[in-house]
Design a protein around this ligand. Structure first.
Ligand code: NAP
Length: 165
């Protein structure tokens, strides 16, 4: 599994079930990276998507403890075991939010982290990988991109506790 996230300088990721920023280029990177693949998200993140609809051209799996949920284009699972039971060797992107990142980060071999310059009002967070023993920066996209006056840079972190890709 690979997690993909955008964080501010405090590793904040969301506010009132929305993204704290609007950065079209970052969303385009997210789309380009995940398109054609499987994504796993929490029920709240599903509800934060435009029109509360699953992401197009991706297999959408959503974690919820409510086993009665059903929605067109969404596969609901209520445990990690269920998730592993319905995914095979495909690349699964963990796309948030906080609860699901915390739950699945130990299973992620890599993390694509967009670091957004600045500190925003946030109520949800991603673990600070710079403070985690088993996470290290593998590479970064050289350019700091500036869009709508917001600067950001994309880093790829590697989980050294996982020996396979
Ligand atoms: N910056 C980014 O890259 C990024 C990416 C994604 C999301 N976000 C932001 O993150 C925020 C949402 O994060 P969040 O932590 O509040 O919610 P979340 O992780 O998206 O969803 C939480 C829900 O997932 C289900 N869940 C959690 N743990 C579970 C478990 N062990 N087993 C089964 N189901 C489980 C529960 O659904 P039920 O209540 O239905 O049981 C829970 O309410 C929003 O602000 C969103 O915009 C930011």
């Amino acid at each position: 599994m690979i997690s993909i996230v955008a964080v501010d300088q405090n590793w904040g990721i969301g506010y009132k079930n929305k993204l704290p920023w609007r950065i079209p280029g970052e969303l385009a990177f997210f789309k380009k990276t995940t398109i054609g693949n499987t994504v796993i998200m929490g029920r709240k993140t599903l509800e934060s998507l435009p029109g509360r609809k699953p992401l197009s051209n991706r297999r959408n799996i959503v974690l919820s403890r409510d086993t009665t949920r059903s929605e067109l284009g969404v596969e609901f699972v209520s445990t990690i075991d269920d998730l592993f039971a319905i995914t095979n060797d495909e690349t699964v992107f963990v796309i948030g939010g906080e609860q699901i990142y915390r739950l699945l980060l130990p299973y992620c071999s890599k993390s694509y982290v967009t670091k957004v310059d600045g500190i925003y009002e946030t109520d949800t967070f991603f673990p600070n990988l710079d403070m985690e023993d088993n996470w290290e920066v593998e590479s970064s996209f050289d350019a700091v991109i500036s869009e709508n006056g917001i600067k950001y840079q994309i880093f790829i972190y590697r989980n050294t506790a996982i020996k396979y890709i």
